[in-house]
Design a binder for this molecule. Sequence first.
Ligand SMILES: [Zn+2]
Length: 181
Amino acid sequence: MGFRVPVAEMHTAQSLARSAKIPRPQADVLSAAFDAAAAVRRLLAHHDEAVGDALLRQEVMAGVGNVFKSEVCFVAGVHPFCRVASLTPQQAQDLIAAARQLLAANVLQDSGDTVVTYGGRRRRTTHASNPAASLWVYGRAGEPCRRCGEPIRRRLQGPDARVTFWCPRCQTLPDAAEVDG
Ligand SMILES: [Zn+2]
């Protein structure tokens, strides 16, 4: 067992290096110290970015991955390609609240293959099942919106071309608010 110790130490060093880039606990949506008002301000600071891109920034909120980015926008009724500057104060608050709600219902405590369902239930997915079966919009391009029946749309977004899903009826885009991506 002793020969594994240096490996463990190296891993710890790497973890520490990574953790140096991880924002303070106030930015972790699942932290008891999470400050929603401060998160709204951090989101709004990225005024020239698309909402879908800004939500992935760890300094805005830690914990929102690419799947939840689309889900959070749907639950908040915000178009993911909408420019942050075009958000109303209520929409900004709704986005932060939706992120907390979805992630809190979906605490990834084991292998990370648990997803929150559109009904708010926790559901464990397997390789054999389709994870999108339990989500609002992610992975559901062309399928009917669970709220209004409109076909879900899919588009790549942002500098990293992350796949994004939304309902064009439930998530409306203000005039000239779109950010190319
Ligand atoms: Zn819809």
